[in-house]
Design a protein around this ligand. Structure first.
Ligand code: LLP
Length: 418
């Protein structure tokens, strides 16, 4: 459920008409709904609260705007980060470092030092080499590092190959069959404090089964480790819960997390951590764009809009399907089938293909489900300033990131004079 809906043929975000927002801030722009974000966060947090101890660590990569991180921090959220940049964002947004877990396959010494200094909750370690590096950094600082090992359970998440992460063929995590030995090694290091286990098998999963299979494998490992005298404090089940872009029917956060909580009944001592990104943000945002031209053709009709693959790359990169709807219903324009394309000079620059729309030049369109992996994956390709971001809260509208200015395009660049 989200808070975008039509009222008298006009699309609203909460109590604000999207047309008015486009008039005020221009297009393209991202618009997020605070009530939707909070609703989704609470769905995870309250289902997890049925377990004695739990923490939602929102995956910052999905949408890292400071205002979004700040409102999640105010709800008590922790954060899953993958870079020093994301950690700095969390801190700048008022997040609590003690609720941060640090994922990613290539943490640098600098990033480790910075995160250790802030006292983060845990490093999700993905290789033996990383374990060695963390021990080295932690011993130099003489500060113990809390460690979880990200295991790769070799489970098919049945999602797009680019966002599947839990198979042996993927670069992520440590083969679960080798994990027991590696835990023993980690436990022997002077400055590592082994506290948990984690996995993340992929993104946009629409079934519970692969998650539960992974959970089973993690619990088996936890039991084996306990018999080796290594008693873990937490289990981190990663992110990955899918959303409805089109006709997918993923389990709700409450359904999914309740099943996990049920299975963890015999492990009351384990803190349950989860790292949702998309399920919190995707359907809490839209990308607003204006139709610049309609270009009819013999094979295809094109609606050329002012947003492009640099603003939203998911359709081009993963052939992702996202709903594209008129902002105000146009009662006079004839319906036709369009490819919705942007101004970028690439055939892959499309937001949607073969969509039936009744639109005219100048109309506004909303690309739905754009709150996650939208702005964060945007770029300046074709020297296009990145879009504005706006947060709607009931009847209030806040500009939470200004549209980039022309000078931003070449900031840091230098002409060579000789
Ligand atoms: N934890 C880890 C370690 C991850 O790698 C990810 C996402 C998450 C949590 C959050 O997963 P989520 O709940 O959002 O599925 N750009 C792609 C998605 C890439 C996801 C990468 N990792 C897309 O637009 O579909």
């Amino acid at each position: 459920m989200d808070h975008f809906s039509y009222q008298n043929n006009r699309l609203f975000a909460e109590q604000r008409a999207l047309t008015d927002i486009a008039t005020e801030f221009g297009t393209p722009c991202y618009v997020y709904s605070r009530a939707t974000i909070e609703r989704h966060y609470k769905a995870f947090a309250s289902a997890a609260a049925q377990h004695p101890s739990s923490l939602v660590c929102y995956a910052v990569k999905a949408n890292s705007n400071l205002a979004i991180l700040n409102l999640l921090a105010k709800l008590g959220s922790g954060f899953d980060i993958v870079s020093g940049g994301e950690l700095r964002r969390v801190i700048a947004a008022g997040g609590d470092a003690k609720k941060v877990v640090f994922s990613g396959v290539a943490k640098t010494e600098d990033e480790m030092r910075f995160a250790l200094g802030l006292g983060i909750k845990c490093f999700n370690v993905e290789s033996i080499a990383e374990l060695d590096r963390l021990q080295h950094v932690a011993s130099k600082l003489n500060m113990p590092a809390a460690v979880s090992i990200r295991v790769n359970p070799d489970i098919d998440a049945k999602t797009h190959p680019y966002i599947s992460t839990g198979l042996k063929a993927n670069k992520f995590g440590i083969d679960i069959l080798l994990a027991r030995d590696i835990y023993r090694k980690a436990a022997s290091y002077s400055h590592l404090n082994v506290v948990g286990v984690d996995c993340h098998i992929g993104s946009q999963l629409t079934e519970t089964q692969p998650f539960l299979e992974a959970l089973e494998k993690l619990l088996t490992l936890i039991d084996q480790l306990a018999s080796d005298g290594i008693v873990l404090k937490h289990i981190d089940i990663g992110g990955g819960l899918g959303v409805t872009y089109d006709k997918e029917t993923p389990p709700s956060p409450a359904d999914y997390i309740s099943k996990v909580v049920e299975r963890l009944k015999s492990y009351p001592q384990l803190e349950l951590i989860m790292e949702p990104g998309r399920a919190i943000m995707a359907n809490a945002g839209v990308l607003l764009t204006k139709v610049e031209f309609l270009k009819p053709g013999q094979e295809k009709n094109f609606a050329i809009v002012d947003a492009a693959m640099n603003d939203l790359i998911r359709p081009a990169l993963y052939s992702a399907w996202q709903a594209i709807v008129p902002v105000d219903i146009n009662a006079t324009a004839p319906a036709a089938i369009y490819d919705i394309v942007g101004p970028v000079c690439e055939t892959g620059d499309f937001l949607g293909k073969d969509r039936e729309l009744a639109i005219a030049q100048g109309d506004l369109l909303a690309v739905r489900s754009a709150g996650a992996y939208g702005f964060t994956m945007s770029s300046n390709y074709n020297s296009r300033p990145r879009a504005a971001e706006i947060l709607v809260d009931g009847g209030n509208v806040h500009l939470i990131r200004a549209r980039e200015q022309w000078q931003d395009l070449w900031r840091g660049e230098q002409i060579v004079t000789d």
